[in-house]
Design a protein around this ligand. Sequence first.
Ligand code: XMP
Length: 527
Amino acid sequence: MTAILERHDHILILDFGSQVTQLIARRVRESGVYCEIWPFNHADMDKVKKFDPKGIILSGGPCSVLQKDAPAPPQGIFEIGVPIFGICYGQQAMVKQLGGVVESGKSREFGRAFVDVTAHSDITCGVWDEGAHEQVWMSHGDHVSSLPDGFEVVAKSEGAPFAFIADHKRHFYGVQFHPEVVHTPHGKDLLKNFTHNVCGCKGDWTMAAFRAESIAKIREQVGDGKVICGLSGGVDSSVTAVLLHEAIGDQLTCIYVDTGLMRTGESQQVVDLFRNHYNIPLIHEDASERFLGGLDGISEPEMKRKLIGQMFIDVFEECSKRVGEDDGIGADFLAQGTLYPDVIESVSFIGGPSVTIKSHHNVGGLPEYMKLELVEPMRELFKDEVRALGRELGMPEDFIGRHPFPGPGLAIRIPGEITQEKIDILRKADVIYLDEIRKAGLYDEIWQAFAVLLPVKTVGVMGDARTYEYVCAVRAVTSTDGMTADFYPFSHEFLGKVSTRIINEVQGINRVVYDITSKPPGTIEWE
Ligand code: XMP
């Protein structure tokens, strides 16, 4: 059992394939309780008992409990005496399994709805009073129509007479709505009442505890071995490196491959922070000519991505051979900033591989033949927990709060062929755009903002002269995970200011457009 499980209370979330299961985990962790998400069909009872959860949450999901072979939780979870909280599909699956009835519905509810609280429960205690009329977020076609023995109604809505049910004795609860989404204003408190009041979790899973436990774990795994860690300039690899350095000091060497596709000043910031500030041994490899040469004449997006990924691996491997050259042993471990969303096994009902939209390149993805054992201290963390860990480690805020930046860098923000001239033009435009966003105090509201240099020249007039120069597109999106995104609604005044500055200050651009595409149907990056 890992240190986290030994030392802290934990909750098990069984996933039935809802789009928002990860939000349940986020809410539980925000209240200081460690939890894991498992696909419902990977939860055999031996495994569950070994995990020893203080409570179990059943997520929502896209299926109907009325369909043949509907996904069902293992019967055993209702017999081991732990509290259970079923959400939407999870509620219906629990009701069906315990002898109640679920019907498909005349009374479908999607979006905002209201419930009337009709009775007291340990979950609503201190959050919703009896008699209150409370906002929730619903998304269901089927609904519970008859309760299993032992259950009673806590709240009802127009379309769901059993919107909130409880078996107070066995500590089984079910809600038809989604407490994990922000559109259920007190949802977080209801979940906290489940984990704290009902399950008795202490809420002691903090970043300070995580830091101390991770350091002990890293030391145990690595012993006196040598570790290499690829830095990208981004948050995940940076926090991984700083944590590792705290754990094993100079046994860690970082490798920063400068692809020449980074933004203005970025490479220098990485060197300043890691080599000069933290004193971490750093190999800074300027491979920009190699990358630019390799990309010469290539305009197809996937070709670009694949070439960059391959060149990166080649350069990284060459650099890694230099680590430990003196003793001829080389590195034993590769540290990666793998996060929990990459680790969670997804529930697939449809089967078959999904379509590849883009082949991602990350600094971590290195070939197996390098025969390095992986160190992945952040496998249990979500992105915002990584940021919290970075803060806990005292890392500078401007590093921790950075927008994501893709592994292939500016190459995928220059549709078509890449030249040094285009990279230089794009860098200048990007700096101005982000400078204006920061000045307007909008940086932290936006998930990601960047400029794109289009392979299109248009005619303009500056002074009395004709110009024939590139078009620059600016993009800004809000998102919680990069999976879906909305374009940011800048004011016209702001966009006007950005446009004027870019055209006046960047030679080579005479027109600026704003990208108003959400994801889907667009993607965040242009390639
Ligand atoms: P898309 O363009 O797929 O991007 O909507 C979603 C998020 O992923 C980032 N992105 C990448 N990150 N390597 C990365 O490390 C990549 O190859 C890559 N491609 C896209 C993108 O910046 C956005 O945050």
